[in-house]
Design a protein around this ligand. Structure first.
Ligand code: NAD
Ligand code: MG
Length: 389
């Protein structure tokens, strides 16, 4: 039996993982599930998956979760420390599907214990990529990509020599506003930004797809995970979301990964890796699909892409600033404090301020420096938001 823990089990990615695990329960020993305020979901899944432990990240939710799980035999805990403690429990495979920088610590703890970490939480790589990858290496642990583009690149690289790789192309649907006039974007509402044309995902990543902050994060994620030069990574708008990434080799070949837009493919690939097993995802009928389209991204529509390029060139703690400022700006957009296009302005202003004052390139990347930078960048981003108003 494979011992597994799912961080962020109640979210969009977590639920897709549960769908796969629940189909073959006898193959898994579920150690811990973690979630947030969706306590009924967390408790129901913990009982259904016969988990040892259920953890909510909110201490104030402890009593309610305890009550929901009374008499079931599932242990209950609450708070960020409890999630980190859950990460120290021995398992063979852990899914990191918490949203935001909160995913970093449990991922690092799991790696310290030699756990194979299936990483959906892109914020870990954006904020602290070198730290995370070094932690995996020093503890003999494996990190497997779960973001669909990175799983696609990973699969295209099986059996290949990295020295033969010339470029890595990650695709983007273009998000909710791909056909809007750029001038109208400033007025985009929360409801309009929360609909994705192809993927069904959590609200935050859906809005990040409309702004392409998500793709910007994925550029950085590509650099950190595969260790490729920023100049080798490209974004290609591909409306159909069927090709997830392409790898270009020095003989001119491009290896493309094609599949339905269903996260259960990338999760399932990581769950069964290094094997490939049958998965309950749609089989594409390419004759019916007929045509696939490709466009270069419009930089004026998606300023997040240039900001991500800048972050990759700067290196060091710039990723931690980028992510924290983006999270704070997204909070501001969701709360109606700022407009849609203001999000990139806030991130740019925060990068400007902190590059000038904090020496982002020269400070070593440790958990402390990352968390400190994250806190400071949120403060600077909040200041930038209040200056806008
Ligand atoms: P989601 O919002 O649907 O779920 C997030 C999960 O994290 C929930 O279980 C929630 O309870 C938990 N959580 C939220 N705040 C937390 C905190 N402070 N501490 C601990 N747990 C917390 O998010 P999602 O769309 O499933 O995305 C999860 C991660 O996977 C993100 O990093 C996202 O970028 C990445 N990702 C998602 C998709 C997708 O299809 N949704 C695709 C690729 C990558
Ligand atoms: Mg993705």
């Amino acid at each position: 039996m494979k011992r597994v823990t799912l961080f962020g089990a109640t979210g969009s990615v977590g639920q897709s993982a549960i769908d796969l695990i629940a189909r073959d329960l006898d193959a898994y020993d579920v150690v811990a599930l973690t979630g947030g305020r969706n306590l009924v979901q967390l408790a129901t899944d913990a009982v259904r998956l016969r988990a040892d432990l259920a953890v909510t990240c909110y201490p104030e939710c402890y009593d309610a979760l305890k009550q929901l799980l009374a008499g079931t035999g599932v242990a209950v805990a609450a708070g960020p420390d409890a999630i980190a403690e859950a990460a120290a429990r021995p398992v063979d495979w852990a899914l990191s599907a918490i949203i935001g920088a909160a995913g970093l610590v449990p991922g690092l703890v799991a790696l310290e214990h030699g756990t194979t970490l299936a990483l959906a939480n892109k914020e870990s790589l954006v904020t602290a990529g070198p730290l995370l990858m070094a932690k995996a290496q020093s503890h003999g642990a494996t990190v497997l990509p779960v973001d669909s583009e990175h799983s696609a690149v990973f699969q295209a690289l099986v059996g290949e020599d990295m020295a033969a790789v010339e470029r890595v192309i990650i695709t983007a649907s273009g998000g909710a506003f791909r056909d809007w006039p750029v001038a109208k974007l400033a007025k985009a509402t929360l409801a309009e930004a929360s609909c994705h044309p192809n993927w069904n995902m959590g609200q935050r990543i859906t809005i990040d797809s409309a702004s392409m902050f998500n793709k910007g994060m994925e550029l950085i994620e590509t650099k950190e995970f595969f260790g490729v030069d920023p100049d080798m990574i490209e974004v290609l708008v591909h409306r159909e979301s069927l090709i997830h990434a392409l790898v270009g080799f020095n003989d001119g070949a491009l290896m493309a990964h094609v599949g339905p837009p269903d996260m259960r493919h990338a999760i399932g690939y990581a769950l069964h890796w290094p094997d490939r097993r049958a998965l309950p995802v749609e089989r594409l009928d390419l004759a019916k699909i007929g045509a696939l389209t490709f466009e270069a991204p419009d930089q004026s529509r998606y300023p997040a892409l240039a900001l991500a390029q800048r972050v990759m060139q700067t290196g060091g703690l710039a990723g931690a600033v980028f992510n924290a400022a983006k999270e704070r700006a997204l909070d501001g957009f969701i709360a109606g404090q700022i407009g849609f296009m203001d999000m990139s302005r806030i991130v740019e202003a925060t990068l400007d301020t902190m590059t000038a004052s904090a020496g982002l390139q020269n400070v070593p990347i440790t958990l402390d420096t990352v968390l400190q930078t994250d806190r400071l960048a949120r403060i600077r981003a909040a200041e930038a938001i209040s200056q806008l108003g």
